[in-house]
Design a protein around this ligand. Structure first.
Ligand code: GZL
Length: 333
């Protein structure tokens, strides 16, 4: 059902009546004084540029956003950038062209957004950052950020390892599968983990390389790590999917994951939690993808010109093997 725009001007209404559009229920396409005219309806039109579909986390995040937009009565224009910044910039420009009411996106990397965000600001279209942030110095380029504290996720991962290796006498060799190069989660998780283990000289990161948050990337890089490093005691993977890919490489090398190599990951998606419950992983720091409902609340507030917090952080926890076994049956993603 196409709704007649409630902000049609008197003249516009006359034109519609004359054209018989009103009688047939087609949408009024005149410019509305409530912002964009992208959808030709009185619904809020949200343009969303998603990183891609690289991991179980991303799939759950996309589902949460689509479901929440439907539940909130918000018209969603969704674009999958296949993990390419140029595709996100193109999508944002398209949303500006279409005069959407609000733009939201998860920036694949932290840098290189100022120009396109200035174009959105000049077009008077508010922007909301979700999941990942940008390193723009100009904080007027976006209204708010909703997502996780990635430094804390890295720190909690490192603190658990420090606790677990308190009685270790010799060196504990760590290999690190980093997320997408230049992305906020990769930069911040690495930072938090390094800070947490810094006071323990026996804990050493002997190799660190990006697996781009994918299973294939995790497997490929872990194969290289295993060839180049005779003694690997710990794998710290910036997400479950790279850890799951690494499992294949570890078992192919004749080692027992979770025993010969302690595995720490971040996200806590279902497949990761299953690996943890099975003892193949040893610890997961949660990163919730269920941002949809909070995002839609922010979209409505921003569209209505209400003030919103500059940062909305999600509640998260951590899981050990036993905690994963208990939590699995009720996991939503
Ligand atoms: C974190 C998110 C990361 C996840 C990965 O909020 O950006 O990207 O940890 C995903 O699984 O690919």
């Amino acid at each position: 059902m196409v709704h007649i725009r409630t902000t049609i001007t008197r003249r516009g209404l006359g034109a519609l009546l004359a054209a018989g559009l009103l009688a047939t229920g087609l949408s009024g396409c005149g410019n509305s004084d409530t912002g964009g005219d992208a959808g030709g309806t009185d619904k809020i039109v949200l343009g969303f540029s998603q990183v891609g579909a690289e991991s179980g986390w991303r799939t759950a995040n996309t589902n949460s956003i689509k479901e929440a937009a439907g539940a909130a009565g918000i018209e969603l224009k969704f674009d999958d950038a296949q993990q390419k910044q140029e595709n996100q910039i193109k999508a944002i420009r398209n949303f500006i062209q279409q005069k959407v009411d609000v733009i939201a996106f998860s920036p694949v990397v932290e840098s290189g957004w100022d120009t396109v965000l200035k174009e959105a600001r000049d077009a008077k279209i508010p922007v909301i950052l979700t999941d990942r942030s940008v390193d723009s110095a100009d904080k007027t380029l976006y209204q708010t950020f909703i997502g996780s504290d990635f430094v804390k996720e890295g720190r909690l991962s490192g603190e658990w390892l420090v606790e677990q290796t308190r009685s270790a006498t010799g060196p504990v060799n760590i290999v690190e599968l980093q997320g997408t190069t230049g992305s906020a989660p990769a930069n911040d998780r690495r930072k938090g983990f390094a800070e947490a283990i810094a006071a323990n000289p026996n804990l050493k990161v002997v190799a660190s390389q990006s697996g781009d948050f994918t299973r294939a990337g995790g497997k490929q890089v872990m194969e290289q790590f295993l060839k180049a490093n005779p003694k690997i005691d710990v794998l710290f993977a910036h997400n479950d999917d790279m850890g799951l890919g690494a499992l294949e490489a570890i078992t192919a090398a004749g080692k027992v994951p979770g025993k010969d190599i302690t595995i720490i990951t971040i996200d806590a998606v279902k497949d990761g939690m299953q690996a943890l419950a099975d003892g193949k992983f040893n610890f997961i720091a949660e990163c919730s993808p269920l941002l949809g409902p909070q995002l839609m609340d922010l979209v409505k507030k921003v569209h209505a010109g209400e003030s919103v917090p500059t940062r909305v952080e999600t509640e998260e926890t951590t899981f050990t093997v036993e905690q994963a076994k208990a939590a699995l049956p009720t996991r939503k993603y």
